[in-house]
Write a protein that binds this ligand. Structure first.
Ligand code: GSH
Length: 308
């Protein structure tokens, strides 16, 4: 049994990215459902302030951001890999999809016909609460209008369709890669918008590819309660090995604050215990989660010494 826990919720595109990766690798995993909006006391007990979805946990190690969690899953089960040697640009395409494409499909899907489908069956108060939760989350971002997003999505889908038009099964060629999962979770969200997914109809190679990725399924999830996950963190006696590499601007044991540089810029404070060009790791303590190591990707996160 794999001991990896994914904290996620059903409607979260970035969670779908990882669920599909579990399907691709046919992995067992443990599934903790988290709230869609704040408050999220159990998530924050584990992360120290990072509220985005999903997060992953193994014992008292907590992993934020799907860019890092995908690498963790790939280390856990190396085959089939998400990072095939023949596709060195796959992580760059994934990064484009997780940022630019994601912030195109959100306003595109949230046009009235799509939002009505996404929120069908929910009471008006729940929809209002969702909107008020997400407003500060994206404050300061210049969001695309529906017109902007529709034009851009059509353009991007045409490029993706052309990439697949030579009959290749996956975006980067014969082997699936992280690029497939980052693009697929964005397209999955558009499909949640019901009628607005008609935009895919003009792109037959893309549509066939999307069906192929979504058919991978979610692997073998086993439900777990949030209090069990917290107890597992509190009971853990060791952490994954990490250290602070020299020459990267910070010293082991230093008090630092790590903050996402894009949106949802909630700072996490702690003691620096790990730093490389790939990740930054903070040690912090919580009354319920115990002494936790919180891992972030290095790219896309700002590290500041507490006194600076
Ligand atoms: N860069 C992050 C982005 C995660 C993200 O934006 N997740 C969305 C849901 S799919 C989110 O956090 N929404 C607010 C929330 O769930 O509280 C990652 O790759 O994990």
């Amino acid at each position: 049994m794999n001991d990896l826990i994914l904290h996620h919720y059903d409607g979260s595109p970035f969670s779908e990215k990882l669920r599909l990766i579990f399907g691709f690798k046919n992995m067992a995993w443990r599934s903790v459902k988290v709230p869609v909006i704040l408050p999220k006391p159990d998530v924050l007990a584990l992360t120290g302030g990072y509220r985005k979805t999903p997060i992953a946990q193994r014992g008292a190690d907590v992993y934020c951001d799907t860019a890092l969690i995908a690498r963790l899953i790939d280390q856990e089960q190396a085959t089939p890999t998400l990072y095939p040697a023949g596709a060195p640009l796959a992580p760059l395409i994934a990064q484009w999809a997780d940022s630019t494409l994601f912030w195109t499909v959100i306003p595109y899907t949230m046009q009235p016909a799509g939002a009505a489908h996404v929120f069908r069956g929910l009471p008006p108060e729940a929809i209002k609460a969702f909107a008020s939760d997400r407003a500060p989350f994206t404050a300061g971002m210049k969001r695309q209008t529906v017109a902007d997003a529709t034009a851009r999505l059509g353009h991007d889908l045409a490029a993706l369709d052309a990439q697949l038009a030579d009959g290749r099964p996956w975006l980067m060629g014969d082997a699936a890669s992280i690029a497939d999962f980052s693009v697929a979770h964005c397209a999955w969200y558009v499909r949640r918008g019901g009628p607005v997914a008609a935009i895919f109809g003009q792109h037959r190679y893309f549509s066939a590819w999307l069906a192929r990725v979504l058919a991978l399924g979610h692997g073998r999830p086993q439900a777990m309660r949030d209090d069990q996950a917290l107890a597992e963190s509190a009971a853990a006696t060791q952490h994954a090995h990490c250290d602070v590499s020299a020459g990267l601007g910070f010293a082991a044991g230093q008090a630092v604050i790590v903050t996402p540089t894009d949106y949802g810029q909630d700072p996490v404070e702690g003691t620096l215990v790990g730093l490389s060009t790939d990740e930054v790791v903070l040690r912090r303590s919580d009354p319920r989660a115990g002494t936790v190591h919180v891992h972030f990707p290095r790219a896309g996160y700002q590290i500041k010494g507490e006194s600076t």
